[in-house]
Write a protein that binds this ligand. Structure first.
Ligand code: CAA
Length: 260
């Protein structure tokens, strides 16, 4: 697959996707959207690939938002009629069952913050900065920021970020629960790939199940979520990987998993 705005590499069982428009701080335009959707679909379809990492090229930005230059002169009717951003908010998240990590290097603003929040978790570099500055442009988040940021950090911080348009640094982001770890910039990709390799070595069906269970916590009541968790747990006990995982533990050796 030939892409112009992203780079895709396979590193063993891990797919590394890099947003590659450093001259625009990896701003997200329609071409990036189309290519990302294709790259995630290929990752999902390839049985040899078990976890993905999404990062930005250069040291300055993961992505500085949706491409303002593309949106500046677009008529409102086009935004409405195209249901602009609907693919971003639903497509990748809903069609990617396998786990993926955002490795945020530098700015993750507007759509960049929203794209990072679509990942299963975020690892940030020390220079990372998160924000929803759309208000300064006369608009508001459009790719899930008002919803995912609020679920991640709570109403007070989310309101503060959306209404003032201020940025949150990596320390505050970790303290607020937006990111799972903060590492020096030089170690970011290595740490993210290491985490992805760890996940890739897990029983694949259990990895998908764990992801779906945690996500269910945001979509269901506690009772429904607990029932879903128990049922999925019970189903997993029928898998060959469960038999292998438990046998390997008892025999004090690493498990060899097949995704069955
Ligand atoms: N869209 C298009 N181009 C962008 C961009 C964006 N979101 N962000 C940066 N760029 C471009 C700049 O225009 C500039 O290009 P030129 O050299 O051709 O002028 C280049 O990237 C470098 O940017 P700066 O010179 O501005 O770099 P800086 O270090 O001075 O500032 C920054 C960095 C604070 C991130 C600043 O670029 C900035 O504020 N960017 C916009 C952030 C933003 O408002 N994001 C939200 C977009 S709207 C959105 O995302 C809607 C949604 O919810 C989905």
């Amino acid at each position: 697959m030939a892409f112009e705005t992203i780079l895709v590499e396979q590193k063993g069982a891990v797919t590394l996707i890099t947003l590659n428009r450093p001259q625009s701080l990896n701003a997200l335009n329609s071409q990036v959207l189309g290519e990302l959707i294709e790259a995630f679909a290929a990752f999902e379809a390839d049985a040899s690939q078990r976890c993905a990492v999404l990062t930005g090229s250069g040291e300055k930005a993961f992505a500085a938002g949706a491409d303002i230059k593309e949106m500046a002169d677009k008529p409102a009717a086009d935004f409405y009629n195209e249901d602009f951003f609907s693919k971003w908010t639903s497509h990748i998240v809903k069609t990617t069952r396998k786990p993926w990590i955002a490795a945020v290097n530098g700015f993750a603003l507007g759509g960049g913050c929203e794209l990072a929040m679509m990942a299963d978790f975020i690892i940030a570099s020390e220079n990372a900065k998160f924000g929803q500055p759309e208000i300064k442009l006369g608009v508001a988040p459009g790719m899930g920021g008002s919803q995912r940021l609020t679920r991640a950090v709570g109403k007070a911080k989310s309101m503060d970020m959306c209404l003032t348009g201020r940025m949150m640094d990596a320390t505050e982001a970790e303290r607020s629960g937006l990111v799972s770890r903060v590492v020096p910039l030089a170690d970011l990709l290595g740490e993210a790939l290491k985490a992805a390799e760890t996940i890739a070595a897990m029983p694949p069906m259990a990895a998908v199940a764990n992801k779906e269970m945690v996500n269910a916590a945001f979509e269901t009541t506690l009772d429904q979520g607990l029932l879903f968790e128990r049922r999925v747990f019970q189903v997993l006990t029928a898998s060959e990987d469960k038999a292998e995982g438990m046998k390997a533990f008892i025999e004090k050796r690493p498990g060899v998993f097949k995704g069955r």
